[in-house]
Design a binder for this molecule. Sequence first.
Ligand code: F6R
Length: 609
Amino acid sequence: MCGIVGYLGSRDCTSVLMDGLEKLEYRGYDSAGIAVFEGKEIKTVKTRGKLSAMKEKLEIEGRPIGHCGIGHTRWATHGEPSDVNSHPHSNGRVTIVHNGIIENYAELKEFLTEQGYTFLSQTDSEVVACLLDYYYSERNPGRAITETIKELRGSYALGIIFKDFPERVYAARRGSPLIVGVGEGESFIASDIPAFLKYTKNYVLLEDNEIVRLDAEGAKFYDVHGIPIKKEVQTAEWDIEQAQKCGFPHYMLKEIHEQPDVVQKTLDSLVKDGVPDFSEIGLTDEMLRGVHRVFIVACGTAMHAGIIARYAIEKLARVPVTVEIASEFRYMEPIVGEGDLVIVVSQSGETADTKAGLELAKSLGAKTLAVVNVKYSAIAREADMCINTLAGPEIAVASTKAYSVQIASLYLLAFRFAYARGIILESELKRLTAQLCKTPDAIRRVIAQEDECQFIASQLINTETLFFIGRGFDYALSLEGSLKLKEITYIHSEAYAAGELKHGTISLIEHNVPVITVATQSKVLEKTISNMEEVKARGAFIIALCRRETTFAEGTVDLRLNFDFGGLDDMLVPLPTVCALQLIAYYSSVLRGNDPDKPRNLAKSVTTE
Ligand code: F6R
């Protein structure tokens, strides 16, 4: 949450910072700002609102002209979104941008107030600028930073400029991500690589408690005591096209369309000689045989991917699987330990609760496996083993392609699990893997039904509340369909196991309330159809997502979306089906005049509790 950028080089700094912020806007978009050295003076422009408001403000106030500066896009934690609470924050000789939460800000503020400092904003971040100023003496920024970070509790990624040093940018981090871009005669800091990918693919990961100084000679790194350290320069595998809209009106639509390719890529990376192979990440059959229980810990969409995985692993490998919401898991004193495998699933690899769940599981002696899309993220690096999904950068706030690659890799894990435990033979392992490898084509066919999804969305234009129902894998998928729809359309939506509806919730069904029924699972199809009839009898408007050949009694279904899964096993059809749910959500959002890429109140990469 919150995105920070910084630049030092010969380009127009304002353009570099604004480009970078556009790539980071997914991390927060309630306000934005930049501070750039114009000669020896720092010019700050900041405003409440999205980056578009910032662009207007730059037109009115004038673009800062310079080659060194920092920028920020905010998701408010302390203090409402307002011009004054927007970053950068300045105090005395220091200007900063901050991502994270300073937990002891109240006591620091009290101390600094006693020292004569005054505060303009309600943010926790402004105390960092003050504290840096307090410790700044003898023109020594390095010492001001090392002294300051010793006092901070909580999480931070900081971009810092000192008025006395117009040719330097400093940065430090603990708990929040910060990457240093290393270009030819120019350097960058950013919360994520896409912010500088246009200029360089070379980067250095700043670790907790490390500090970087960008100056005319490049990037220099220091430990928490200010002692110089050597860092390895890495090369990003992502290219700039992956971080651009490429002609699509929104990132979300582009990312939905990328699914056949990214699922294919992820499968290719994990399948060897026709079978799933996790030996490269250290996950052996012997290890899988020794697992007593599996816990899947994640948040939101990633947690929904975990629910699909639960159905698949239990069905195939006969190991008990529990799916836990990470924010609950970390505080519930879970009974987890040796012999357990804890799988954490996360697109960003930075989600605070998921990371805490991982740390807890490790401390309790469980083996940990991360399924993460950002290879250089904290979760990817902390887990004992890591499956790196290959969705590429996901920029739309609503997760789409990351979900698909998560479930694709978790299916492979379920297959290998079953094989390792002797429940299926190699021939079945090969058959299942070959089936999964057909899903990119099935996904393509569903995406080709985009117009039909748009039509369904048009029928929801006046809807205020709706339900999703399904059984088994269809229920697991309904949870995701409902989340996708509500987060970007603001329609109240609930997902229910179809058989559970009559235990209370059916009282909410009245004339014309839409019920989107996912009905792809043959084993429970008749049961699902009975549940559809129950809600139809109470006036529901039924939209069925089903196979082309499925028949319903006359009058049960008001609208249907027919799928051709090309002979896929029932278990695997969530992969193509989710694309229809994503497209319905996307078009419902657009038809309501919303920005699906930046839904209200949300941000991607939730690095605070
Ligand atoms: C919903 C969505 C969120 C994330 C959740 C976890 O569309 O994107 O629910 O899935 O915040 O994020 P990661 O996967 O980054 O841990």
